[in-house]
Design a protein around this ligand. Structure first.
Ligand SMILES: C[S@@+](CC[C@H](N)C(=O)[O-])C[C@H]1O[C@@H](n2cnc3c(N)ncnc32)[C@H](O)[C@@H]1O
Length: 210
């Protein structure tokens, strides 16, 4: 069991996870133990597993409604499993096509006793979840120009995209102008989360389906 090199738990972890901190720790430890061998995280990620991955995902939790949330391309469970830990009042459908990642997500959901998680093995565009979700999250899946066409159709009218993005989000929005129009998205905005709380802020592209 190799936990050498795992970033010490930042003070912000207890603040962001609150009553759910034990599950946050259990998930982060499991990811540190098995993430590299399962190809879920890169070999250089342990020193920033908390700040760059887990806390970064946790910052999105207050944006969620107590409804049906889909996380497209959950991979290691980021942000899907972290959000399911933090928001037991919402139900989460984790959409991931790769078998090994699906097995990881199912095992973690069981070990963490997350009764609000369903894992669907599919690409989002083949997932049969069209028009069914209140919100869709995604992190590190693809640029908005290609991500919007696979995520927006999953939303009910009035539903929201809550897509985690890097510092280049404004350029991605400019390149996605046509698909934003084609998918009738409105109230498009970029939120910067975590200033003064974590060392690396998180950007979220948020938009409402027409
Ligand atoms: C780079 S990983 C990121 C995983 C995780 N969201 C994270 O932040 O660590 C991208 C993931 O998206 C999945 N993926 C790619 N295209 C997808 C699609 N069309 N529908 C659902 N998942 C997809 C891949 O299988 C992969 O697990």
């Amino acid at each position: 069991m190799k936990l050498d090199g795992l970033e010490p738990e930042p003070a912000a972890a207890a603040e962001l996870f609150g009553d759910h901190i034990e599950k946050g720790r259990a998930f982060t430890t499991a990811l540190a133990r098995h993430g590299e061998e399962l190809g879920l995280i890169g070999p250089l990620e342990l020193p920033r597993l908390w700040t760059r991955h887990v806390l970064n995902s946790a910052l999105v939790a207050p944006l969620l409604r107590p409804g049906r949330v889909g996380d497209v391309g959950s991979g290691a469970g980021l942000p899907g499993l972290v959000l399911a830990i933090l928001r037991p009042d919402a139900s989460f459908t984790l959409i991931e096509p790769m078998e090994r990642r699906v097995a990881w997500l199912e095992r973690q959901a069981a070990e963490l006793e997350l009764e609000n998680v369903t894992v669907v093995r599919a690409r989002a565009e083949e997932s049969k979840l069209f028009d069914s979700l209140d919100q869709v999250t995604a992190r590190a899946v693809s640029a908005l120009r290609t991500l919007i066409p696979v995520t927006a159709p999953l939303l009910k009218p009035g539903g929201e995209l809550v897509l985690m993005k890097g510092a280049g989000v404004d350029g991605e929005i400019a390149a996605a102008e046509k698909v934003i129009r084609r998918h009738h998205l409105h109230d498009v905005e970029v939120l910067v989360l975590g200033e003064g709380v974590v060392s690396e802020v998180t950007r979220v592209f948020r938009a409402t389906a027409g």
